[in-house]
Design a protein around this ligand. Structure first.
Ligand code: NDP
Length: 257
């Protein structure tokens, strides 16, 4: 059991990658507190995760709510060994068609929320803890219309490096997992019908060297690695789990002769 007796906090643990990671952590022996805004999906996730989990309704953009969630997790479990700052939102912000509110909400959630999650948790972390931030291949790809999202995820990479140096004296490691296109509800807004989803997946698969979207469980396995002692000397780095999108950007099926 790679996470036996470990305690973890996962923001956005009621859906997609966060929920898959909560399952993987619990299967590895951890107790896990998940957060999210949506009470119904938090309840559903808790029912799936069982008695080694607790669910806390907290908006990651609300610093006081984040601090309360951390305090509740620590009260129930004791000090934390793992934080997966995973909560994030997508959003379209093309030049010439973007509103300030949308742009700022993406940054507030994906950067500011991540920073204050780590700040709230820091005093309650055991020495030797592991922090994982969720980045994205979009920080690298220059995909049209993604300025705020790409900037937020590039910011996550920059922040992780600073955090790794600040927390190193306590033996706390900070790393980034950066997914490529992964099959989760995050795509529901862009592709609301099964037909639109199939079309989107086909288009995305064409530019991914392995020719398919990732699964949330594949990200979760990498986060589990980073959280565990198997990654005891991995610090201040970023692992892409993206079928090769970042490393081999012209390796996808559409580029083959
Ligand atoms: P989901 O939409 O399935 O999950 C997003 C999670 O974040 C939900 O649990 C949601 O819960 C939570 N969340 C969003 N905003 C807030 C907030 N303000 N406060 C608290 N929780 C919040 O998407 P994914 O699982 O795909 O996304 C997880 C992370 O992975 C994100 O950071 C995303 O950017 C990143 N990612 C995803 C990729 C993909 O293709 N799926 C690719 C690259 C990166 P609730 O709605 O209840 O608040």
């Amino acid at each position: 059991m790679r996470l036996k007796n470990k305690t973890a906090l996962i923001t956005g643990g009621n859906s997609g990658i966060g929920l898959a990671t909560a399952k993987a952590f619990i299967a590895a022996g951890a107790r896990v507190a998940i957060t999210g805004r949506n009470k119904a999906t938090l309840d559903a996730a808790l029912a799936e995760l069982g008695s080694d989990a607790m669910a806390l309704q907290a908006d990651a953009t609300d610093i006081a709510a984040t601090e309360q969630a951390v305090a509740a997790a620590v009260q129930a479990f004791g000090k934390l060994d793992i934080v997966f700052a995973n909560a994030g939102i997508p959003g379209s912000t093309p030049i010439g068609g973007s509103r300030l509110e949308v742009f700022e909400q993406i940054l507030r959630t994906n950067i500011t929320g991540v920073f204050f999650t780590v700040q709230a948790a820091a005093p309650h972390l055991n020495d030797g803890a592991s922090i994982i931030l969720n980045g994205s291949v979009m920080s690298q790809l220059g995909s049209p219309g993604s300025s705020a999202y790409a900037a937020s995820k590039a910011g996550v990479r920059g922040m992780a490096r600073v955090m790794a140096s600040e927390l190193a004296p306590r033996g706390i490691r900070v790393n980034v997992v950066s997914p490529g296109a992964t099959r989760t509800p995050i795509w529901d807004g862009a592709a609301p019908t099964p037909e639109a989803k199939a079309q989107l997946e086909k288009r995305l698969s064409g530019i991914i060297p392995l020719g398919r979207l990732g699964e949330a469980e594949e990200i979760a396995k990498t986060v589990l690695f980073l959280a565990s002692d198997d990654a005891s000397n991995v610090n201040g780095t970023e692992i892409f789990v993206d079928g090769g999108s970042n490393g081999s950007p012209v390796g996808g099926p559409v580029f083959r002769g």
